[in-house]
Design a binder for this molecule. Structure first.
Ligand code: HEM
Length: 440
């Protein structure tokens, strides 16, 4: 699909999704759409390797919050990882952090509520694209007719709300260099985006960006060898940590977040290996099948990062991997995930830090005193696939590391400051006191 990208990069039309998104979301649009083109161009400037480098200070600062949260409440690990990913894209995109919302009984961010409502509506609706007559069912028998309006209102409320916040900051001169400031002052006019199309750029940044980025003895050894003084690994250290990079690649192979990719469709009739495949045909990449093929991988159902140290794609000796590429979990052709560099950089850094900071083990059953086994095949239904909650035991590797985690978080205050201007004086004071208390 990379080589025939021109014909294979369409998206199948999905009636209900189009109703919910108003035909404004990059992920669901055809490559011929003006909105797709404008969003894709704008994303390129946001996620180019240089821009990713510019955003490193906030990536490092957010990773400090992640370590602290993990240390303080390991059972909430999934919330911490979700917050970390969301806060990163929110800070970079809109210049605004997401603080740990569960503290003090805070409400879940609108993005997460919108995504849940979206999945629920899609899962519960009848197959409207396969049986189009169902579209005409009267409302009392078609709950999706109300549900989709609720999703649309939640999502567009979030997107327009964020855009208006940046507009207000621009008007008051209170800017902080976030991506949406450039969108409003440059790209909106340059790519001729209407107000609605501009607001919906949020779907590309927030939804695609925060949903999917949500995964050790040898790792520790490697980190300890590289950093004998016990300091935390930095972004610059990542290249010298091949096992950590192999660990991340193995995680994507072992449990790809989109096991069957996101469907494409043919925009032209295609001839392939003697077959004629008509225009409009839906194409699905069997990502899971490719990455678990026993012909290509030794014991594909085992989690073994070492395989990526032995060959570029982790394949076993003798396999012709000339046509393979490491981006398979990120899609293909013109639709290849524009956030791939960003996701891999932030994830590899976070994995290195977590391995540096903590010992991970299964939690102990309080009754039997035995480790509670983790079922690596227990997954929540829906996409992207997420593991069912489990209870890890996460403990700092040494008391010095526990201290360094707190210190690191306190040091991040400076990098956080320009992304916390939305707080009122009282909230800012409370946060400062909380940070000070950590060090006392
Ligand atoms: C673990 C992290 C991630 C994974 C595994 C992932 C995976 C994917 C996949 C499989 C697709 C569909 C590609 C296709 O249709 O062939 C996609 C599309 C997309 N991703 Fe990601 N993604 C990740 C992170 C991100 C991040 C961090 C961003 C942005 C901040 C992002 C933005 C997008 C966008 C905008 C699209 C739509 C592209 C289009 O339809 O033209 N993704 N991603």
């Amino acid at each position: 699909m990379d080589k025939r990208s021109v014909e294979t990069s369409g998206r199948p039309h999905q009636y209900l999704i189009e109703l919910m998104t108003g035909g404004n979301v990059i992920l669901d649009l055809d490559t011929t759409s003006e909105t797709w083109r404008a969003h894709r161009r704008a994303m390129r400037t946001l996620l180019a390797p240089k821009a990713v480098k510019d955003f490193q200070p906030i990536m490092v600062a957010e990773s400090s919050q992640l370590l602290l949260d993990m240390m303080q409440s390991p059972k909430d690990y999934a919330k911490h990882v979700g917050r970390y990913n969301y806060s990163l894209v929110l800070s970079i995109g809109y210049g605004k952090r997401c603080l740990p919302f569960w503290k003090d009984g805070g409400e879940e961010p609108a993005l997460f509520r919108g995504l849940k409502a979206f999945s629920k509506t899609v899962n519960e609706a009848p197959p409207l694209d396969d049986l189009p007559f169902l579209k005409y069912m009267p409302k009392p028998w078609a709950a999706w007719k109300e549900a989709y309006k609720h999703v649309k209102a939640l999502q567009s409320g979030l997107y327009f709300g964020l855009m208006e916040e940046v507009e207000r900051r621009l008007a008051s001169g209170d800017t902080n260099g976030c991506f949406f400031e450039d969108v409003l002052t440059k790209y909106q006019a340059e790519y001729q985006m209407s107000r609605e199309v501009t607001a919906y750029l949020s779907a590309a940044i927030l939804e695609a960006g925060s949903e999917s980025t949500t995964a050790t003895g040898q790792t520790l050894q490697e980190i300890d060898n590289l950093l004998p003084d016990g300091r935390a690994p930095t972004m610059e250290d990542i290249n010298a940590l091949p096992y950590v990079r192999a660990f991340v690649r193995e995680a994507f192979r072992f449990r790809p977040p989109s096991p069957t990719g996101i469907p494409h469709c043919l925009t032209e009739t295609l001839q392939y290996r003697g077959y004629v495949i008509p225009k409009g045909t839906t194409l699905t990449i069997n990502v899971w099948g490719i990455l678990h093929d026993p012909e290509a991988f030794d014991e594909p159902d085992e989690f073994r990062p070492e395989r990526f140290l032995l060959s570029e794609h982790g394949t076993k000796p003798g396999v012709d991997d000339g046509d393979w590429r490491s981006s398979i979990p990120f899609g293909s052709g013109k639709r290849l995930c524009p956030g791939m560099n960003f996701a891999l950089t932030s994830l590899t850094h976070a994995v290195a830090l977590l391995a540096w900071a903590f010992n991970f083990a299964p939690a102990i059953d309080p009754v039997t005193k035995q480790p509670i086994p983790v079922d690596v095949n227990a997954y929540e239904p829906g996409l992207p696939s997420a593991p069912k909650p489990f209870s890890p035991s996460v403990t700092p590797r040494t008391p010095e590391k526990a201290h360094l985690i707190k210190q690191r978080y306190a040091d991040a205050t400076l990098a956080f400051a320009k992304y916390e201007t939305f707080l009122n004086d009282e909230e800012r004071k409370a946060l400062a006191e909380e940070r000070q208390a950590l060090l006392d």
